[in-house]
Design a protein around this ligand. Structure first.
Ligand code: ADP
Length: 459
C-alpha cells in the first residue's frame, strides 16, 4: 500500500478518481433533485388536464350533485372510464360544491383527507395536490401521494447511478491510461539515469525522446553527467600521471641500489649512489607535497587565512626570493607596482607569485626580462607577470593549467618541473573566488594574470 502511495502515477490516479467520483456524485445528486421537481410538475400538469376533462361532469347543470351520486355506471360510461384511469394512475379525487359539501370522493381518497382552503400546485401533508375551481366556487381536488412520486424518482436514480458508475469506470480507466502514458517518459528517463548511475558514464539521456517539459531537465542532468565523467576522467589521469611521476625517481633509486649491491664498489661509488637516492627522494618528497596540497585545495580542507594584504609588499618579497634564480639565468626583473591593499591569504598569494615568477625566468630566453605589475580594477585585485620568453603555442595554451601538463618535455627536463605549479596556482585563485588567465605569443613572450575580489571574505 505504502509502495503504491509512494508512486507518483498511482497518487495522481487516486486524486483524479476521487475528484471524478465527487463530480459524478454532485451531478447525480443535482440530477435527482431536478428529476423529483420535474416529476411533480409533470404529474401536477397531468392531474390538471384530467381535472379539466372531467370537471363538467361534476358541476355542469345536467349533472347536479345529488343526481351524480346516484348516477349508474351504464349512463355515463365515459366518465367512469376516466375515473378508472385516474384510479390506475394512483390519483385520488374529491369534488366539493360551492356550499362546502363533498359531492364525490374517489374510492382511494385517503382516510380523514381534508384539503387546505387554497391549493395552487403544491406538496401538502405528504400529497401532491392540485385543484380546479368553477366561478360559483365548486372545487375539484386531485392528488397523489408524494411517496409514489419519490419511488418513480428513485427508479430513475438507480438508472442514473448505473450510467454514472459506467461513466466513472470508463473515465477512470482513460485517466489512468493517460497518467501512465504521460508519465512514461519520466519512467524511461529514470531507467536511463539509473543505468548511468550504475556505472555506464558514457550513456546520456536522449533529449529527442523527452517531451518539452523534460527536455531542459534531461539537458541539466546530461551536463551533470558530463561534468561527473570529466571529473572521473581527470581523477583517473591524475592518478596515472602521479604514479608515472613517482615511478621515474623510484626506478632511479632501484637501479642505482642494484648496481651498487651487485658487487663491492669503491667508497666514491657508494657516495654517488647515496647522492642519487637523496636527489630522487627529494624530488619525490616535493612531488608528494605538491600532490597533497592539490588534494587539500580540491577537498576544500584548506582554510584560507585572509587578511588585508599589501600587494606591493607581497610582490617585492616574491621578487627578492627569485632574484638569485634570475641572476643565474641572466634575466632582468622589473616592477611596476602601486601601493594597494586587497583581502587575500598572503602565504597562498605569495606561492602563486613565486611560481609565476619562477616560470617566467626558467622559460625565458637568456638576456630576457620579467615584469611584475599590480592593480585593482572594478573591485578586482590583480597581478600580471610578463616575460620575454619562448611563449606557448596556441593549441597548448588552454592546457597549461592541467595537472602534469608540460608544454615542452625537453625544456622541462632542465627545469625539473612536474607540471603541477600552474594547476596549484589555479586552485589557489579559485579558493579566493578568482581566476588565472594567460596570453602568449610564440617567440615573443607570455603574460599570466591573476585576479580575485579585492574584498574577498573580509567583513
Ligand atoms: P612546471 O612545474 O613544469 O613548470 P607549471 O604547471 O608551472 O609546471 O607549468 C606547466 C607548463 O607550462 C610548463 O611545463 C611550461 O612548459 C609551461 N609554462 C609555464 N609558464 C610558462 C612561461 N612563462 N612561458 C612559457 N611556458 C610556460
Amino acid at each position: 500500500m505504502n509502495r503504491i502511495w509512494n508512486s507518483l502515477r498511482w497518487r495522481i490516479v487516486a486524486y483524479y478518481t476521487s475528484l471524478l467520483a465527487l463530480a459524478i456524485g454532485i451531478v447525480l445528486a443535482l440530477g435527482h433533485r431536478n428529476e423529483t421537481r420535474y416529476l411533480s410538475q409533470l404529474h401536477a400538469a397531468r392531474m390538471q388536464a384530467t381535472g379539466l376533462e372531467i370537471l363538467p361532469s361534476f358541476f355542469s347543470p345536467p349533472a347536479g350533485p345529488r343526481r351524480f351520486q346516484r348516477l349508474p355506471r351504464q349512463e355515463s360510461p365515459e366518465l367512469f372510464r376516466q375515473l378508472d384511469e385516474i384510479h390506475t394512475a394512483g390519483v385520488f379525487l374529491l369534488a366539493i360544491n360551492s356550499g362546502g359539501d363533498r359531492i364525490f370522493a374517489s374510492r382511494d381518497l385517503p382516510d380523514h383527507f381534508a384539503p387546505p382552503a387554497e391549493i395552487s400546485t403544491a406538496e401538502y401533508a405528504g400529497f401532491l395536490l392540485t385543484e380546479l375551481r368553477t366561478p360559483p366556487g365548486d372545487r375539484l381536488v386531485l392528488g397523489m401521494p408524494m411517496q409514489m412520486l419519490r419511488e418513480e424518482a428513485r427508479e430513475s436514480l438507480s438508472v442514473s447511478l448505473a450510467v454514472g458508475a459506467g461513466v466513472f469506470l470508463v473515465l477512470a480507466a482513460l485517466g489512468a491510461l493517460l497518467v501512465f502514458g504521460g508519465l512514461r517518459p519520466i519512467a524511461r528517463m529514470g531507467a536511463d539515469a539509473r543505468k548511468i548511475a550504475d556505472g555506464d558514464l558514457s550513456k546520456r539521456l536522449d533529449p529527442a525522446l523527452q517531451c518539452e517539459e523534460l527536455r531542459s531537465l534531461s539537458g541539466v542532468l546530461n551536463q551533470t553527467f558530463d561534468r561527473l565523467q570529466g571529473a572521473l576522467r581527470r581523477q583517473i589521469r591524475f592518478t596515472a600521471d602521479a604514479s608515472h611521476e613517482l615511478r621515474t625517481p623510484l626506478a632511479a633509486i632501484l637501479a642505482d641500489c642494484e648496481f651498487s649491491l651487485h658487487k663491492p664498489r669503491s667508497t666514491e661509488r657508494y657516495l654517488e649512489t647515496i647522492e642519487v637516492c637523496q636527489e630522487s627522494a627529494r624530488h619525490m618528497g616535493k612531488l608528494v607535497e605538491r600532490l597533497g596540497l592539490l588534494a587539500r585545495l580540491d577537498s576544500d580542507e584548506t582554510t584560507l587565512e585572509v587578511e588585508s594584504l599589501d600587494l606591493e609588499d607581497a610582490a617585492r618579497r616574491a621578487l627578492s626570493w627569485v632574484e638569485p634564480l634570475a641572476r643565474e639565468h641572466g634575466i632582468a626583473l622589473h616592477a611596476e607596482l602601486h601601493e594597494l591593499h586587497a583581502a587575500a591569504d598572503p602565504l597562498r598569494i605569495g606561492q602563486v607569485l613565486l611560481n609565476l615568477l619562477r616560470n617566467a625566468i626558467v622559460y625565458n630566453k637568456s638576456g630576457g626580462s620579467v615584469t611584475i605589475r599590480n592593480g585593482t580594477t572594478e573591485g578586482q585585485a590583480w597581478f600580471e607577470v610578463e616575460d620575454t620568453g619562448h611563449g606557448i603555442a596556441e593549441e597548448k595554451i588552454n592546457r597549461v593549467f592541467e595537472r602534469f601538463f608540460r608544454v615542452d618535455e625537453s625544456r622541462n627536463a632542465h627545469t625539473g618541473g612536474a607540471g603541477l605549479g600552474l594547476a596549484i596556482c589555479k586552485s589557489i585563485m579559485e579558493c579566493h573566488g578568482g581566476d588565472i588567465h594567460v596570453c602568449s605569443e610564440l617567440g615573443t613572450g607570455t603574460t599570466f594574470r591573476i585576479e580575485w575580489p579585492a574584498d574577498f571574505h573580509l567583513s
